[in-house]
Design a protein around this ligand. Structure first.
Ligand code: NAD
Ligand code: TYD
Length: 349
């Protein structure tokens, strides 16, 4: 793997992955980051990498649905492997406006697969990033395995399920060397503040309400983003071609308990000093339509085949993350000066 195309590298997980590859991993090749820079993409996330790693990081702004553009990226840069993150990623937005999800997540993945197929002589791996949400919702017990049937609930998860099927079909039909990973909820630095954890930290700091959808008893399994990046790189290097790997954090928590925990960390890290506890900002709002009750991942395959396990507990990871947001007011300013106006949460309120 000498010339890696990373799609969506200016987003949350993609930018953490690019940094991980260049700063921490044994990858010695070059990264070509293709990103359209939607509201969720922020070049600030990768500021300074060109200078720090000369010749090893290139940014190409563009749309993964644009076939001729993607063709030129494969040809001009001699792309020999792909790590595909680019997606519309927020469930709430997919409920309000699904169009972009169908386009980017399905048509965009298809466009990349077609170009990988057209350059099959040079492409040694296509790694596809997906989500636990394709499996649908769990009851209080059990966990998803790689053979759990797909049963997506939202336009977001349905579009990701569709893209997963396309990636597998290109392996089965055309012999494209692929790997797939489906992971649980990520958290950590550079996450756009529409997702639960950064939204709560920022709202709390401003004394704004902390909206809990429904009764807050939904459970998510939280995966620290650096652990996710380690897993992706392990799969790209040593995963079986054609195989899917589940990635989980082994850190399940109900939403309400998680938000309360964030409030408690903020009391320690940034006490308000006005006698009003952060927890008093919590508000129960109208539930998300089709809200999945619980996700949990069985990642036995990844552990037994590749020896991967999460290193970060939710306790340590959450504190690190809260501190990161408290210390990066400039990043928050840059992100907020874009289109995002927290309109989705407001709609449910
Ligand atoms: P994100 O929304 O933070 O970033 C997405 C990036 O893709 C942005 O930089 C955006 O500009 C870019 N992008 C969007 N449409 C594009 C297009 N048409 N062409 C080129 N670039 C485009 O998302 P994220 O949270 O970093 O998620 C990355 C991947 O991981 C996604 O595929 C998502 O489905 C998957 N995933 C995320 C989570 C999570 O908790 N965040 C969990 C499971 C799976
Ligand atoms: P989110 O971060 O949007 O991730 P996902 O929907 O992909 O799991 O939401 C995580 C959980 O938090 C989910 O159960 C919805 C809930 N949630 C709230 O209760 N309030 C909020 O303001 C947000 C954004 C999410």
């Amino acid at each position: 793997m000498r010339n890696m195309l990373v799609t969506g590298g200016c987003g949350f997980i993609g930018s953490n992955f690019v940094r991980y590859l260049l700063e921490e991993s044994d990858f010695t090749g070059r990264i070509v980051n293709v990103d359209k820079l939607t509201y969720a993409g922020n070049p600030e996330n990768l500021a300074g990498l060109e200078e720090r790693f000369p010749g090893r990081y290139v940014f190409e702004q563009g749309d993964i649905c644009d076939g001729p553009f993607i063709e030129s990226v494969f040809s001009d840069h001699g792309i020999d492997c792909v790590c595909h993150f680019a997606a519309e990623s927020h469930v709430d937005r997919s409920i309000v406006a699904p169009d972009a999800f169908i386009r980017t997540n399905i048509v965009g993945t298809f466009t990349l697969l077609e170009q990988a197929r057209a350059h099959s002589g040079q492409v040694r791996l296509f790694h596809h990033i997906s989500t636990d949400e394709v499996y649908g919702s769990l009851g209080r017990e059990g966990a998803f395995t790689e053979s759990t049937p797909y049963c997506p609930s939202s336009p977001y998860s349905a579009s990701k399920a569709s893209s997963d099927h396309l990636v597998r079909a290109y392996h089965t039909t055309y012999g494209l060397p692929v790997t797939l990973s489906n992971c649980s909820n990520n958290y950590g630095p550079y996450q756009f503040p529409e997702k639960l954890i950064p939204l709560m930290v920022l709202n709390a700091c401003e004394g704004r309400p902390l909206p809990i959808y429904g009764d807050g008893r939904q459970v998510r399994d939280w995966l620290y983003v650096r652990d996710h990046c380690r897993a992706i790189w392990a799969i790209m290097k040593e995963g079986r071609r054609g195989a899917t790997y589940n990635i989980g954090g082994n850190q399940e928590m109900k939403n309400l308990a998680l938000v309360e925990r964030i409030c408690d960390i903020l009391e320690e890290e940034r006490p308000q000093g006005n006698g009003v506890p952060y927890r008093s900002l919590i508000r129960f709002v109208k539930d998300r339509p089709g809200h999945d009750l619980r996700y949990a991942m069985d990642f036995t395959r990844l552990r037994t085949e590749l020896g991967w396990g999460p290193e970060e507990s939710l306790d340590t990871g959450l504190r690190k993350t809260v501190r990161w947001y408290l210390e990066h007011s400039n990043w928050i300013h840059c992100v907020r000066s874009g289109e995002y106006r927290r309109w989705v949460s407001a709609q449910y309120g």
